[in-house]
Design a protein around this ligand. Sequence first.
Ligand SMILES: [Zn+2]
Length: 272
Amino acid sequence: MENNRSALASVMLVLVTLAGIFLVGFLIFGKPASLQVVPQVSAKGTPDQILQLLKDGNGRFSAGKSAYLHSDPARIGLAGISDQGNYAYATVLSCSDSRVPVELLFDAGIMDLFVVRVAGNVCDTDEIGSIEYGLAHVKTPVLVILGHTRCGAVTAVSQAVAGHGHKLERNIPPLVDNIIPAVKRAMELHKDVHGEAIVSLAIEENVWQAVEDLFMKSPAVRSLVKAGKVKVIGAIYDLGTGKVEWLPQSKIGETLQRVEASPDKETEAFAK
Ligand SMILES: [Zn+2]
């Protein structure tokens, strides 16, 4: 009995000592490495699985529960020796706006997203080239065309189209000219809507305009989408809530069909 008791006491002492060491280690060094949750996305999933990953990430971000994945020194070290094509899971075209931090809003980190940012998230030659690289070489199964609420570029073009424009620096008009058809279409479709409200509608039209411009000029992207290797999706990020609104997938298919029927589309997939 006495022996049992002293054996039990010894075991308890060892356990208490181990717990103490663990606690002191935790207080000094933070979370032990073995407890860090670092989901690996090295084997990329299907486009739908990737889309769910993005939705879950935005859900955590907008709820104030970001996990700040893939942002630690270990990930930086991994990036230094890796081919991003084995890791990055989505290409994102987004506006340059400082209120639209792409990795943060999807709770993603280093080597997760191939990001193309340009004022007004327009899709012109350089952006399309970057997207082709993201899809064909970095091999991301998803492309997100991400507009955002209160976009300054779309607002400025809306004002200009309505006749209230102001002087622009010389390189801005060729940048924002891709937005003009989107604004005009929003105004045509909603003749009774003006001011701030028309800007919101133009922001969505501008996402569809980018999709159309991309399909018109990139036979390579059309092929990847038709083969089911890549899913393109439109979305709008709300600056005030942090939430991404996912736009109807059916519009992508309709746009692709319309472009396929157009005699003006580019047909040579490769550069000469
Ligand atoms: Zn913007």
